[in-house]
Design a protein around this ligand. Sequence first.
Ligand code: HEC
Ligand code: HEC
Ligand code: HEC
Ligand code: HEC
Length: 341
Amino acid sequence: MGPGVIGQLVAAGGAHPRFVRNCLSCHAPGHRQGLMLKAYMGGAPLSPLARQGVTCADCHVRHYQRFGPPLLAYLAAGRVVHNGFTPESDFTRSRFCASCHQFHKSGARLNGVLLENTYNEWRASPYAKRHITCQSCHMPKGRHNFYGIHNRRFVRRALTIHMDLRPDLPGGPLHVRLSVINSGVGHDFPTYTTPKVVVSVRQMCGSKVCPHSMRQIVIGRRISLDLRHQYYDTRLAPGARRTLRYELPQVPAATAVLGQIIVYPDAAYVRFFRAYLAARTLAPDERSLIERALKHDEDSGYVLWNRRQELKPVSIKARVTRRGHARNAKTHSVGQRPYAG
Ligand code: HEC
Ligand code: HEC
Ligand code: HEC
Ligand code: HEC
């Protein structure tokens, strides 16, 4: 369990037991973990078990009895460790993950769509019909990887990205199409409201971005911090595609076009923790936990994809005729600060 969860639990303290219980039901569901966290809020040191969040026992133990997937060959071989376990086919079903990755149908929604809806997204996808489960992708061959949006290679493999560039006439407008296709994510990309994926194209003047030459689109689901408004939902369902259509005059000094996709996995948490720190008086230890979480989340962005394509320089004659358009383009340019607004 990260400092962002623990910090909020401590700040809520004994005053809001329902709030705390709700968080723990997904983040640290073990009964003993709950008791330990309660003691921690009362001033005792935080036990390592409580800090571990979701543990082996949360998924594999009920009533002091061990459960696991039906590894029939293993069980038949007879060399079973820990006095064996009870085979349970639920371990191989997507439903197994739903209790923490799917809100109940009475849960919070905006524009009719639940704020956590991963299981339903998967169920509506072609993967469900082909019996490609959550475990097939997130626990390949039983490995407990649980890679997600924070893992660049895992995300990259699941997307198909095309960039094509048409600098038709010398000095004429540049046409660039940069498309992202959700070709391998078993639910919406991204599934939660927390990440932000920025797809951009710009012209490079040497090592600098040519002024006003950048255009971008955002893939994600943006909601307000009080969870009452949805600003946009541009996520990609399985198979869907989104394209940035770039059409601007070539800047005379431009030497290349740069296409780029940046992932900010924790964008919503950055906004949330900044507002949280500004709005509350917190004890020093609570403040330092939230500040640590904020720092971690501000630094988790990464470049998913990059392509640079060299340009031929624009002729002097073309330069004169294009100037008016270049100035016009300024009004459409967008900011580059990922957590602002
Ligand atoms: C239905 C299950 C569920 C409940 C209830 C829940 N969370 Fe989460 N939480 C998740 C999942 C899944 C993630 C990881 C996905 C993501 O990054 O958005 C997460 C991520 C987080 C993170 C970012 C990761 C980190 O460790 O910093 C924070 C902070 C957090 N939750 C706090 C809370 C708090 C506080 C509560 C109680 C008000 C709560 N959560 C209730 C499922 C839940
Ligand atoms: C979030 C739930 C979850 C947690 C936490 C978890 N497991 Fe699992 N585990 C599963 C599921 C689901 C499977 C079945 C995966 C499959 O076969 O597709 C599994 C399978 C296994 C298997 C069989 C692997 C194989 O060869 O197929 C072992 C052994 C195991 N878990 C041990 C552990 C241990 C030890 C931990 C703690 C370090 C742990 N698990 C934590 C859900 C979990
Ligand atoms: C007991 C609740 C629980 C269950 C059951 C559970 N998860 Fe999670 N899962 C979480 C929480 C909480 C997090 C966030 C941990 C954090 O970032 O602090 C998480 C994180 C993840 C992530 C990583 C997200 C990221 O941001 O990188 C993936 C992927 C994931 N879970 C997949 C699964 C799959 C697949 C299953 C079913 C086999 C499953 N989970 C079952 C609670 C659960
Ligand atoms: C076909 C492969 C595939 C299947 C099936 C699949 N996922 Fe994913 N999942 C991915 C990929 C790739 C990502 C990383 C991209 C992203 O975040 O959307 C991901 C991301 C996630 C994340 C991290 C989300 C975040 O915002 O941090 C969670 C949690 C998750 N999946 C849970 C599940 C659950 C639960 C199921 C089953 C209901 C499931 N996945 C089915 C491929 C899959």
